[in-house]
Structures are given as structure tokens and as C-alpha cells.
Design a protein around this ligand. Structure first.
Ligand code: PLP
Length: 388
């Protein structure tokens, strides 16, 4: 049992703790420096300078120009904006290509698009979570407006070959958007090497606040905003800037750039020790997603024969947070669309849990989890084997 009032947080793909250095940079903009960055006085200009610095820091993390960064309210808005813009800019093209493992911010946008009488092709993945690039290429039609493929999957951590997909879209002359909400801050990204038109990211996945994010818009991409109104963000996203959160996101980007390599090495070692110990101690634990092409922090495991919800509940009682490979919709537990898309049975999906490590996890925490989790799985297996 973890000490009372303490938790071991292994749900970093869901959200992350705000870094104290991020909070420190945000504080003046929540207290003393409250001017509107669009204001035409020195007080506002000071705030504008702070958002400009955030833009520069974000651009440095992505390998792009500061004026290619549009601050938004998060991943969902960025995803919606990119797809909206691509469709607005090519009104004669009424087709989207995406994948079966995207986040609902993309999939539900596409569903709404279909309801308006338009077409979407959803490209499948294999059991390892990989895309068939030939199928992706064949899915692109003469009326395709945009291809949207995530950089890394939020549930399994599987990384898609973005450079190849971006090249393919360039050759086909279609807009390319990538949801990089899980990739940014967890792997190196250099947009000077990868020709995407749009890239979405979200602050709360990289130790900044919730409700802030950004959309990278390639300077050569034709663009139409989703939110219209004032001239903020160079006319690409109306509404007074969320200054404290934008400043914090800039700091988070700077921290990420300077610590990425070291942090990845440390987090990967934690994740790998977690998996290898569990696989050695317990029978029939399966890794979901290609272990050779994953984010360093993510482990999605199926505990064959055990209901993952029961494990999650027991872990929660003992102070360990992780997340289910399924979602609770209207009271019923639905196996995750990602795991189902990987052709797993409902049983495998229902026995799967996602553990996502991060900046604040320690070896000592891992020792504790490795003392708790195998015991819980064994207990639950014994219970289900016992005669009724
Ligand atoms: N895309 C992916 C891959 C995500 O994991 C998430 C959040 O979990 C989102 C989009 C949505 O981001 P936000 O919570 O900032 O709207």
C-alpha cells in the first residue's frame, strides 16, 4: 500500500503535473501583469513580449518558425481547426483520409463530416498497431482534401512513420495534418525535416496547464480560422489570448527541449523494468503495440483472463493510478476503439491497462508498484479460478 494521501501516478498520457518552473512563470500573468496583449500601452506590450517568447520557445521545440505557431485551447481545438481549415480551403474536395486509431477529436470530427454527406476513408492498422502505407496511399483520391494521421498513439504509444506519410501527401498534393498531442515532449520533433501542413499539440500532456495548446500552421499552407472575431494570433485564432497558460506552455517547451534526451532515457528505463519484471513474474501478460516502435513512456498490457477494471479498482485503492484500455460510455464499459482496431478480441481489450510514466516517477515508486500489481493480478486470477 502506498503511504496515505500519496499516489503513484502512472497516467501521464492522460494528463501531467504542471512543472513548478512552469507555474512560476505563469504567476505574474495571473496577478500583476494582467494587461491584454492586444492593448496599445506599455502594460499590454510587456504581456505581448511574454507571449512572443512563448511562441519562440515552442517553435524551437518543433523546429519551425515562431510565426507558424497558433495558440489554441488544446489538442481538440487544434485538431478541429486543422481539418476545418483544410476543408474550407479546398471546397471542391469532400473527402478525408484518417486512421482507425486516431483520438476522438479527429474521429468524431470525421463522423460529423460524414453526417453532412461527405466521405471519409479510415485506414486500418495491424496487430502491432502499424499502418499499411500502401493502403494509405490507395485511400487518397482526387477529391481528398486532407490526410490526418497521428504521430504517436495515446493508448499504445505506437509511433507512425510521419516523414514517409508527409512525403506521400506532398506528392499527392493533399493537406497533411498530424495529431502530435502525445508525441510532443516525448520524442524529438523537427518540422524542418518533416513536411507537414498542420500539427496539433496540447499543454497538459507536457507539464503545462490544461486548456492550452497550439496548432503549427506551415507558413506556406493556405489557412482559414475556425474561430473568427478579433485579429489575435495573426488572424488565425480569434479571442483574447490565454496569457498565463501560453506563457506556461512556452516554459514547458523550453524545459522539454533541454531535458528530452535525459528524461527519455530515464523514463524508458523505468518503463522497461516495469514490463520485464511483470513479464517474468506473471504468466500470460501480453504487450499491446509494437515494442520496437513505441513512445518511451507507454506500456499497454493485457493481463489475460483478468478484468482490467477490477485491477484498476484495486490499484486505485492502493494509491496507484493508471488507465483502462476501454471507456465507460453511458454506464457500459466499451473495449477501446484502438485495441479493437488492432484486431484484438473484446476479452483482450477488456483485460488491458495503460501505464504511462513521466518526469516525476521514481525507481522507488516503481518498486512499490511491482510489489502491488503482481499480487493483485494473482489474487484476481485465483478468485476467478475458484469454484463458485
Ligand atoms: N489527441 C490525442 C492523441 C490525445 O491524447 C488527446 C488527449 O488525450 C487529445 C487529442 C485532446 O487534447 P486536449 O485534451 O488538449 O483537448
Amino acid at each position: 500500500m502506498v503511504a496515505e494521501n500519496q499516489i503513484i501516478y502512472l497516467d501521464n498520457n492522460s494528463s501531467t503535473r504542471v512543472d513548478p518552473a512552469v507555474l512560476e512563470e505563469m504567476m505574474p500573468y495571473l496577478t500583476t501583469d494582467y494587461g491584454n496583449p492586444s492593448g496599445s500601452h506599455r502594460f499590454g506590450a510587456r504581456v505581448k513580449e511574454a507571449t512572443n517568447l512563448a511562441r519562440e520557445r515552442m517553435a524551437a521545440l518543433l523546429g519551425c518558425q515562431p510565426n507558424e505557431i497558433v495558440f489554441t485551447s488544446g489538442g481538440t481545438e487544434s485538431d478541429n481547426t486543422a481539418l476545418h481549415s483544410a476543408l474550407q480551403m479546398s471546397p471542391e474536395r469532400r473527402h478525408i483520409v484518417t486512421t482507425s486509431v486516431e483520438h476522438n477529436a479527429v474521429l468524431n470530427y470525421c463522423e460529423a463530416f460524414v453526417r453532412r454527406g461527405c466521405a471519409v476513408t479510415i485506414v486500418d492498422v495491424d496487430e502491432q498497431g502499424h499502418l499499411d502505407l500502401g493502403a494509405l496511399e490507395r485511400a487518397i483520391r482526387s477529391d481528398t482534401a486532407v490526410v490526418s494521421v497521428m504521430w504517436a498513439n495515446n493508448e499504445t504509444g505506437v509511433i507512425f512513420p510521419l516523414a514517409e506519410i508527409a512525403d506521400l501527401c506532398r506528392l499527392k498534393g493533399v493537406f497533411f495534418h498530424t495529431d502530435a498531442v502525445q508525441a510532443v515532449g516525448k520524442m524529438p520533433i523537427d518540422l524542418s525535416e518533416v513536411p507537414v501542413h498542420f500539427l496539433s499539440l496540447s499543454g497538459h500532456k507536457l507539464h503545462a496547464a490544461k486548456g492550452v495548446g497550439a496548432l503549427y500552421v506551415n507558413r506556406k499552407a493556405r489557412f482559414q480560422p475556425l474561430l473568427v472575431g478579433g485579429p489575435q494570433e495573426g488572424g488565425r485564432r480569434a479571442g483574447t489570448d490565454n496569457v498565463p497558460s501560453i506563457v506556461g506552455l512556452g516554459k514547458a517547451a523550453e524545459l522539454s527541449l533541454s531535458t528530452l534526451e535525459e528524461e527519455n532515457t530515464r523514463v524508458r528505463a523505468l518503463r522497461d523494468r516495469f514490463e520485464s519484471t511483470l513479464l517474468a513474474e506473471l504468466d500470460e501478460v501480453l504487450v499491446n503495440g509494437d515494442p520496437g516502435a513505441r513512445l518511451p513512456n507507454t506500456s499497454n498490457l493485457a493481463f489475460t483472463g483478468v478484468d482490467a477494471q477490477a485491477i484498476l479498482l484495486k490499484l486505485d485503492q492502493e494509491g496507484v493510478c493508471c488507465s483502462l484500455g476501454s471507456s465507460c460510455t453511458t454506464g457500459a464499459v466499451q473495449p477501446s476503439h484502438v485495441l479493437r482496431a488492432m484486431h484484438f478480441t473484446n476479452e483482450r481489450a477488456r483485460s488491458s491497462l495503460r501505464f504511462s510514466f513521466g518526469r516525476y516517477n521514481t525507481e522507488a515508486e516503481l518498486d512499490e508498484v511491482l510489489a502491488i500489481l503482481p499480487r493483485i493480478v494473482r489474487q484476481l486470477r485465483q478468485l476467478s479460478a475458484a469454484p463458485a
